[in-house]
Design a protein around this ligand. Sequence first.
Ligand SMILES: [Zn+2]
Length: 148
Amino acid sequence: MGWDSINHARGTLAEAHSVHKTLLEDEANLTPKTVHAVALEVSEMLIRARDALSSAYDERAELLNEIRKLSAALEKRADITKHLDAYYLSTGNSTPTGEPYCLRCWEVDWCLVHLTRRSNDTNCCPHCDRQYRADMTPFDPDGDRTNE
Ligand SMILES: [Zn+2]
């Protein structure tokens, strides 16, 4: 990701430069039709290079978003604790509090998604649709209220 597009653009620009240089050196010996064909070829190379740079720009934006997401997850990590089959906010001494977050979404995607109640026995993640046993993902891990 990223480097392939940049290398493709770089190679295409080098090739276009080489063809253009040859055209300038041999222009006097070429027919106008050949000059036009070579100019068209250089133009197509420049379009391919532009497209490759555009892809590289999009890939860069994706990478920056991923870096922001991971940085935010790293900052949040100190406030999160694992309890049974879910993650919770921590009261500071790793005591879980609040409502459960999806274990899979945190461990795989580094995003916090609250679980929702599917039934009395099952909680589920609205993002990844993973299901959890309700008794292993209590909505009241510190026991301040009943698990309704
Ligand atoms: Zn999830």
